[in-house]
Design a protein around this ligand. Structure first.
Ligand code: GDP
Ligand code: MN
Length: 398
C-alpha cells in the first residue's frame, strides 16, 4: 500500500526525522491561505506540491516554488486543473486532488536515502547516493557506482557504524554527518517497526550554513513510503492512511468481491482460477503474439455472483476485444463458471469473441450448460486445451 507524501512526512516527523512543516489542502483558495500563513510567519519561499501516488513531479511541473500567496494560488489552480503525467504515471496521467503547501528550504546539496528490500540479496538494504534529486533514476542507470548499497542485518537491522560510513561516503562531515547518520538509523528502525517495503527520502537535503547552524542542517524534503499489504492488519494507523481515490476503481471493486484483479495494457480479457494458471495464461497469450488486458484470478471458492461480477469488470473495460476463460476446476467447479458465463451473457452481454477452456471438476455438467445456451452466446468458442484456446482468441481479436 502506498501513502501520500504529506502522510509520509508526518510519519518521518513522528519518528524524529527533521521534516519542513506543511499543510495538505484540496483547493486553490486553501493553498493561498496556507501560503499566507507561512509568509506571515516570516517565510520567504513556499513550495506547492501535487499529492499523487507517483514521483517525477518536479520535472512534470507539479512541484513549484512560489514567492507570494497569489503565486501559490496560481500554482494550485494549475495542479488541481491538470492531470499529472510523468514516467511513473499511466500515459493519461493522474488526477490531482490534494496539494501540500510547505515552507521551502534552501538547498545546498541533495542526497538520496532509502531503505528497501533487496530481493537478490534476500535482505533489507540501505540505499544512498550523493547525487539525489530528480535525476536519481538516470544516475542509477548510467553510473551504478554512484549508488551506495548497505545490506541490513536480518535481526539487528542497520548498525550505527554502517549508517556513519554511508553518511561519510555521501561526503558529509561535522554536525550534518551526525544528523544524517541519525536519519538513516531512524529510517531503518521505522522500516522494520511498520513492516514497510520502501521508505525513501529523495531528496534528503543539506541546507546551507546559517548563524544558528554554521555547518548547515539536514532535512527530508520529499518522502515516499510503501507498506507490505500482508502486514497491514497489525498497523491500523497505517491502514487508515489508505486513499481509495488513488487506486484503479476496477481493481478496488474486484477486491471488494474477493477477486484478484490487475488491469494491464493489452486487449484480451482473461478470467482464470489460480494465480499460477493466470500467469501461464498470460504467458501463452504473449507467446501467440497478443497481450492480456488484465490479470484476474477468481480463486477457488468464488461464488457464482462473484464470477459474474468478474465478467462485468472485464467487459466494462473498453480495451477488451476478446475474452479468454481458462479454468482448471479443482476446488472451483466448472459448472459454476458455466452458469456465470450464461448469466453474464444475459445481464451484461458479450459483444466480443469469447473462448472457453474448461477442465476438471464437473466439466461435463459445465459443457451441457454452455451447449444449452449456445444460441444465446453465438460468439462463444470452446477450446480443447490451453494452446488451442490461446490460438483461437488471438485469431479472433487480430
Ligand atoms: P519529485 O520530483 O516528485 O520527486 O518531487 P520532490 O519533492 O523531490 O521535488 C523535486 C525537486 O524540487 C527537488 O529535487 C528539489 O530540487 C526541488 N524542491 C522541492 N522542495 C523544495 C524546497 O523546499 N526548496 C527548494 N529550493 N527546492 C525544492
Ligand atoms: Mn523526490
Amino acid at each position: 500500500m502506498k501513502i501520500h507524501e504529506f502522510q509520509a512526512r508526518q510519519l518521518l516527523a513522528d519518528a524524529g526525522i527533521p521534516v519542513p512543516p506543511g499543510t495538505m489542502v484540496t483547493s486553490a483558495a486553501d493553498a493561498r491561505r496556507a501560503a499566507e500563513s507561512i509568509f506571515g510567519a516570516g517565510g520567504r519561499l513556499v513550495v506547492v506540491k501535487a499529492q499523487v501516488h507517483a514521483g517525477g513531479r518536479g520535472k512534470a511541473g507539479f512541484v513549484k516554488l512560489v514567492k507570494s500567496p497569489e503565486e501559490a494560488f496560481e500554482a494550485a489552480t494549475f495542479m488541481l486543473g491538470n492531470r499529472m503525467v510523468s514516467p511513473q504515471t499511466p500515459p493519461e496521467g493522474l488526477e490531482v486532488r490534494r496539494l501540500l503547501v510547505a515552507e521551502a528550504v534552501d538547498i545546498e546539496r541533495e542526497f538520496y536515502v532509502a531503505i528497501t528490500v533487496d530481493r537478490a540479496r534476500r535482505t533489507n538494504t540501505l540505499i544512498a547516493s550523493a547525487e539525489g534529486g530528480v535525476e536519481i533514476e538516470h544516475v542509477a542507470a548510467t553510473r551504478p557506482d554512484a549508488i551506495i548499497r548497505v545490506p541490513l542485518h536480518p535481526v539487528d537491522g542497520l548498525a550505527p557504524f554502517q549508517a556513519r560510513d554511508a553518511a561519510m561516503a555521501l561526503g558529509l562531515r561535522g554536525k550534518p554527518l551526525v544528523q544524517a547518520t541519525d536519519v538513516m538509523l531512524r529510517l531503518a528502525a521505522t522500516f522494520r517497526k511498520l513492516d514497510a517495503s520502501l521508505l525513501e527520502i529523495n531528496p534528503l537535503v543539506l541546507m546551507p550554513g546559517t548563524a544558528e547552524h554554521p555547518q548547515g542542517r539536514i532535512s527530508a524534503v520529499d518522502a515516499k513510503c510503501t507498506f507490505d499489504d500482508n502486514a497491514l492488519f497489525r498497523h491500523k494507523s497505517i491502514a487508515e492512511l489508505f486513499d481509495p481515490s488513488e487506486e484503479n476503481p476496477a481493481e478496488l471493486h474486484a477486491a471488494e468481491h474477493g477477486l484478484s484483479y490487475v488491469a494491464l495494457d493489452g486487449n484480451i480479457g482473461c478470467l482464470v482460477n489460480g494465480a499460477g494458471l493466470a500467469m501461464s495464461t498470460m504467458d501463452i497469450i504473449s507467446l501467440h503474439g497478443a497481450s492480456p488486458a488484465n490479470f484476474l484470478d477468481v480463486g477457488g471458492s468464488a461464488s457464482e455472483e462473484a464470477v459474474a461480477e468478474a465478467f462485468r469488470i472485464i467487459l466494462s473495460d473498453s480495451k477488451v476485444k476478446g475474452v479468454l476463460v481458462n479454468i482448471f476446476g479443482g476446488i472451483m467447479q466448472c459448472d459454476r463458471i458455466a452458469r456465470a458465463i450464461v448469466g453474464a451473457a444475459e445481464t451484461v452481454g458479450f459483444k466480443v469473441p469469447l473462448v472457453v477452456r474448461l477442465e476438471g471438476t464437473n466439466v461435463d455438467e459445465a459443457r451441457r450448460i454452455l451447449e444449452a445456451a449456445r444460441e444465446r452466446i453465438p460468439m462463444m468458442q470452446a477450446a480443447t486445451d490451453l494452446t488451442d484456446a490461446a490460438d483461437r482468441i488471438t485469431r479472433a481479436v487480430a
